[in-house]
Design a protein around this ligand. Sequence first.
Ligand SMILES: NC(=O)c1ccc[n+]([C@@H]2O[C@H](COP(=O)([O-])OP(=O)(O)OC[C@H]3O[C@@H](n4cnc5c(N)ncnc54)[C@H](OP(=O)(O)O)[C@@H]3O)[C@@H](O)[C@H]2O)c1
Length: 430
Amino acid sequence: MKTPLKVAIAGLGTVGAGVVALLKRNATLLERHAGRKIELVAVSARDRNRARPIEIGSVPWHSDPVAMAALPEVDVVIELIGGSEGTARQVVARALEHGKHVVTANKALLAHHGTELARLAEAKGVALGFEAAVAGGIPILKALREGLAANRILRVCGILNGTCNYILSQMRETGRDFAAVLAEAQSLGYAEADPSFDIDGIDAAHKLALLAAVAFGNVVDFAGVHVEGIRHVSALDIAFAQDLGYRIKLLGLARLTEHGIEQRVHPCMVPLSAPLAHVEGVFNAIMVEGDFVGRVTLEGRGAGAEPTASAVIADLLDIATGRGAPGFALPASALERRPSAPMARHRGAYYVRLMVVDRPGVIADIAAALRDEAVSMEQMLQRGRAPGEAVPVVLTTHEGEEAGMRRALDRIAALDTVLEPPRMIRVENL
Ligand SMILES: NC(=O)c1ccc[n+]([C@@H]2O[C@H](COP(=O)([O-])OP(=O)(O)OC[C@H]3O[C@@H](n4cnc5c(N)ncnc54)[C@H](OP(=O)(O)O)[C@@H]3O)[C@@H](O)[C@H]2O)c1
């Protein structure tokens, strides 16, 4: 039997408590899979007196997690504090500098500093595992690095934020508007008091930047992600989507184009025929398309103590057995630095909703603006009639370049019969 693997945990909140619980409850199974014992030898959090749902018993408590990361008796540091800077970053850097393996669930840290930390880990000959940072319990990074390693990845797209997916699902099921559903999600604990990281798409963008780096062998390029959140999705758009055979989902999408790497997070019209359209509530799902395998979709819990702990411990088992590829699939020095493809060059189909005055000639003016910018309309529908008053008009387009669509929308917005800024949602034919 090999020597035990000695583990320190920095952060004992939702995920930290889940990891401690898993280490205890599945200790025998983990020992069999690891071929050695896994021993918790040090823990740290902010407030020693805080009530926690776990027993840490006689495990030594350290008030300074950064100092704990350098302890000679520690083999692996699990960072579960969170945040792209400050203590979490110092803990990870200190651990790597001292030749400790690191496992983290911290997508913000990796999205901002992932390439540099991977380089440091390699220089020190240790692992940097971050499966839990992307879609919680779904083992998507391992699937990309190992199971799908023989494929050229054509694209990845996924529902990467459970809070947004819950809000959009509730809006569809109840017909209520965004603000009411967000307030309820906050009262139920599904959304943070400050929900902007989730609903403005930033959390999904962190995860997409990591997914794209692993899928395409690129350096992590968070700054290159085009991000739009779900604040502007209205109950009206959700109802129209239903009529047109779509569901609105906040997706993260990445692919290589002739203009560079395209990474985008925004609400999408997803056809009902696509598996992602049926992923509801707090669930996450990711579809990967490889050149030999075709499409593979993984669905599961993208957050929560137990699913996230499952992913953290999977990385720990790889370290315990000495298996596993580098975190980003390739050595950091082999990652490419491609330009980010500008959204103006994006090609896609579009849904547009307008509020217009119901009077003769309005539709002709809208059609003329589209024609002048070479946008090819697929269909247009007007709901109800109210001569002289505001009515919604919805149109969808064939595939075209985004720059032309934007110019057409500017012209349409300037028409005096168009009463509100046009709402545009990209259609993804998945
Ligand atoms: N929650 C999820 O479902 C989930 C899913 C995937 C990934 N993640 C990621 O996992 C990480 C942890 O998330 P979480 O939800 O578990 O967070 P959390 O519940 O807020 O827990 C954070 C923990 O870090 C400790 N901490 C904060 N600042 C500290 C400091 N300066 N020094 C020492 N300890 C400090 C806190 O101590 P106290 O307990 O004493 O306050 C707490 O134990 C984040 O990077 C998050 O993005 C979370």
